[in-house]
Design a protein around this ligand. Sequence first.
Ligand code: MN
Length: 254
Amino acid sequence: MRLVDFHCHLDLYPDPAAAISEAAAAKVYALTMTTTPRAWPRNAKLTETTDCIRPALGLHPQLVAAHANELTLWEQYLSQARYVGEVGLDAGPRYFRSLDLQKQIFERILTACAQAGGKILSVHSVRAAKAVLDLIEAHLPSSRGKVVLHWFTGTKAEVARAVDLGCYFSVNAAMLSSERARAVVAVIPSDRLLTETDGPFTQFHGRPSRPSDVSVVLQQLASARSSTTEQLAATVISNLRAITEPGGNVEREL
Ligand code: MN
């Protein structure tokens, strides 16, 4: 059974090379974020010898206040990157003050992705689901790139709107821990579903989550959807193919 961890931060573990070989040994297809463009060359190098781990080029909304000047670097590296993340908006209390700047940066990132075409984005949307969807709708048509909403905590209506915009969702264990969140996850269509850990920012049995821990997300999602873990794993793999393979949706719609 192949697993998918579509949002993790392997460069933030104490030993990134060990985290990467462990994920590869566990046969997890993992997408590892960069939080600032400056980390891109190192992440690209760390992952270049694996078949199943890919790096994403990002500028994390929580770091925009201090790193906005790296946007030009992000733009320079974009032609090297198929995946983009972590990007998006964070309107939580600690980052609210930079929200206007975050919106300017996210708009420029979406516009650059639309111009380039064929990019796949992992998008953060803490307390900002509406603003994130507004910007995606305005600047990145689904024919020009694929958006995966990471740890999405919007409403059921916002899930429906995101589905109409062509978005996918990567679901982690923390999203299944409350009744309200489970009710929102339940309305995500099966053909838009991916899994993630967001490790090392989430915990599993008192230690930072590892990519192989997505097996637990799969089990929980499977029981919530009256499916088997194997069936759901196959669905997630097929969704991964739909967004990533040559001849998949991105290319077909171009
Ligand atoms: Mn993250």
